[in-house]
Design a protein around this ligand. Structure first.
Ligand code: SF4
Length: 248
């Protein structure tokens, strides 16, 4: 998921990430995000079902191992050749978790809900073992990826407290141009998923990348995005704006 606020990058974090040696549990601290959050990465090969114009994740084999903003923030490679098992995720969390951690956020470099069942199982086990707040950052296309599953309900029943959904557009055409989803009707399904999360009482946030422009498309104004998110019933303080950062 895109996650662009500026990190504190130490000289050693400038080193390119090494392919295939990615961490499953990691942390980083930024002016916006405090250090007492553990992040979980369980996406193999940076997989996603979108191809957002503003995304800096490596998209080809040749790009794996080259510097990118996400791995610089994490200070480690996040490239996983294979998605870890639930047991491997819980082991990695066991090593990383500190008593003062308040939250476990499943993010991944790529789309975590490609592994919906595993994400739900990890959330369930985190709640049983640590009783920490759980958060998921997603592109919100679960209904496209798993049309036969009630994804929002599954996540709620597992114990998901907060979801941050990358919305990035105010209509289907804009979404198609900016995020290049591989599914038809992706935007409608995304909006349905947002509604379902809200209806189930998951603390639902939406995010927009701002100040991005390419030959094909440009992001809209903050006000346009804010008006749209509020029309969906999103609380004003649950709207996240992510300043576009050029690839490193
Ligand atoms: S949804 Fe877009 S920004 Fe997020 S990982 Fe996929 S391509 Fe990148």
């Amino acid at each position: 998921m895109e996650n662009f606020d500026q990190p504190k990058i130490t000289p050693e974090q400038q080193e390119p990430a090494k392919a295939g040696e990615g961490k499953i549990a990691y942390r980083f601290e930024t002016p916006i995000y405090p250090g007492n959050i553990v992040y979980v990465n369980l996406v193999d090969n940076y997989k996603c079902v979108n191809d957002c114009e503003f995304c800096s994740r490596p998209r080809t084999q040749e790009d794996v191992g080259k510097p990118n903003i996400y791995e610089q923030k994490a200070g480690t490679s996040l490239h996983l050749k294979k998605s870890p098992s639930t047991e491997q995720v819980m082991q990695a969390l066991e090593s990383e978790m500190r008593d003062d951690d308040q939250e476990v956020a499943i993010i991944g470099l790529g789309e975590p809900l490609i592994h919906l069942q595993k994400v739900a199982e990890v959330i369930k086990q985190i709640k049983e073992k640590y009783d920490k707040k759980t958060r998921l950052d997603t592109n919100g296309l679960a209904k496209c990826i798993h049309p036969d599953k009630d994804s929002a309900k599954l996540l709620k029943e597992a114990g998901l407290d907060e979801i941050r959904i990358s919305l990035n557009a105010t209509d289907e055409e804009e979404y198609r141009n900016l995020c290049k989803p591989k599914y038809k009707n992706a935007f409608d399904k995304l909006l349905e998923f947002i509604r379902e999360c809200q209806d189930l009482g998951i603390d639902t946030h939406v995010s927009f990348v701002i100040n991005f422009e390419s030959d094909n498309v440009a992001s809209k104004s903050r006000q346009d995005y804010e008006d749209f998110a509020i029309s969906l019933g999103i609380e004003p303080d649950h709207i996240i704006f992510r300043e576009y950062v050029k690839p490193v």
